[in-house]
Design a protein around this ligand. Structure first.
Ligand code: FE
Ligand code: FE
Length: 399
């Protein structure tokens, strides 16, 4: 019997996993594919608020239920400690002594295979099957090279699987769930998640105290953006003190301003569709610029923030003519918070305490020049903001 072993966190299991399972069974001509959710993955820590291992197992039963040949295996869930693949394979080898085991993995896991616990022993127990991606990226060339090395040096049996795949990640799916815009999930999986309130799905996040909102916001960002978001919140609060705005609203706007930034273009469009947002041609063609708009909608619909906060987030990338004090503060705090590094930032950091409008104009002027240099289309709101603050600044200089 040809037995595939498909492990993962499945946090949560999505349609990309289900498609991969169906493709593996067909392409590898498997008699059975064991889906093995990890209790405690050695390579990563699970996102905060994730369901327990037993609950992920229950989600897997639903997500893979319709795939003939797929079988959910609780071997890692029942075992204590870290879920090392070598231990799983040894147990399966004992359980299925006559069968051919094929260990399935994605390209990133395959490329780090040498760092796994006892790779030689794994190779002695199972063939390795690497799942292909639709796009033939440079990564695949590295896979081919690594496969050759493992065959030559360790006598590994490596199979390159020609499979269709869906470009979706569990972290994106988790963000969609928190933003109440589920996608790429089996409807019964969504139902179960919603009922249990996992991944913040359906949770009441309106009017949370700042500390709690901060933790949730940080959990929805990529690692690299967290310090920027914190820097923006703190700078905005300090500027609010200086210029007479509400520091609490400034801090809340700052911590939420990039809340949807981790979503890519296609994902931004999904969120816009979920909330019925009308888009201009420029926005449809440059969906990466949409995070300010989707962030504002999430701030209102999910976090229940006031219109002042919502507007400050809405305008934070483009600015606009005649911004409110809070809008100006978020625009400029985002631009010059302590993690930002570009020529002239120190001058801006100095100016912002002395003349807020002059700092806004300087920020807009640099942003507009940058867009022009990149030969990108200029947002009409940025242009009208630039004109407005240029006139304002000139007027104040002439007084
Ligand atoms: Fe932003
Ligand atoms: Fe930002």
């Amino acid at each position: 019997m040809r037995l595939g072993v498909y492990g993962g966190s499945f946090n949560p299991p999505h349609t990309g996993h289900a498609l991969a399972a169906a493709e593996l069974i067909r392409n590898l001509n498997l008699d059975r594919l064991l889906i093995v959710p990890a209790a405690n993955p050695p390579h990563k820590t699970l996102a905060a608020g994730s369901p327990t291992p037993e609950e992920r197992l229950a989600l897997c039963r639903v997500a893979f239920g319709g795939i003939i040949g797929a079988e959910i295996c609780d071997i890692e869930i029942r075992r204590e400690g870290k879920s090392y693949t070598v231990d799983t394979l040894a147990a399966l080898r004992a359980q299925y002594p006559e069968d051919e085991l094929i260990l399935v993995m994605g390209t990133d896991m395959f490329l780090s295979f040498s760092t796994w616990r006892e790779p030689e022993r794994i190779i002695s127990m199972a063939a390795l099957a690497v799942m292909h991606r639709d796009d033939k990226t440079a990564t695949w060339d590295s896979v081919v090279l690594e496969a050759e090395r493992l065959r030559r040096e360790l006598g590994a049996k490596v199979i390159e699987v020609e499979n269709r795949c869906e470009q979706i990640s569990s972290s994106t799916v988790r963000r969609y769930l928190a933003f109440d815009a589920p996608d790429s999930l089996h409807p019964a999986v969504v139902e179960m998640i919603r009922q249990k309130g996992w991944y913040l799905c359906g949770a009441d996040l309106k009017g949370l105290p700042y500390e709690q909102m901060r933790e949730i916001s940080l959990s929805l960002h990529d690692e690299g953006r967290r310090s920027h978001v914190l820097g923006t919140a703190d700078t905005a609060a300090a500027l609010a003190e200086r210029w007479g705005a509400d520091p609490d609203l400034a801090r809340r706007s700052g911590i939420l301003h990039d809340i949807t930034k981790a979503l890519r273009g296609k994902e931004q469009l999904h969120l816009c569709a979920r909330y019925g947002m009308m888009l201009s041609k420029l926005q449809r063609e440059n969906p990466k610029l949409l995070h300010a708009k989707t962030g504002a909608v999430v701030a209102r619909e999910i976090f229940g923030e006031s219109e002042d906060v919502v507007n400050a987030i809405w305008w934070h990338t483009t600015g606009r003519a005649g911004m409110t004090l809070l809008e100006k503060i978020i625009y400029i705090a985002d631009y010059m918070e302590p993690n930002r590094c570009f020529p002239g930032v120190e001058i801006l950091r100095d100016l912002v305490w002395k003349d807020l409008d002059a700092a806004i104009f300087q920020g807009l002027d640099q942003a507009v020049a940058h867009v022009r240099k990149q030969n990108c289309p200029l947002d009409p709101d940025s242009l009208s903001a630039w004109n407005y603050y240029r006139n304002n600044t000139e007027r104040s200089l002439s007084l």
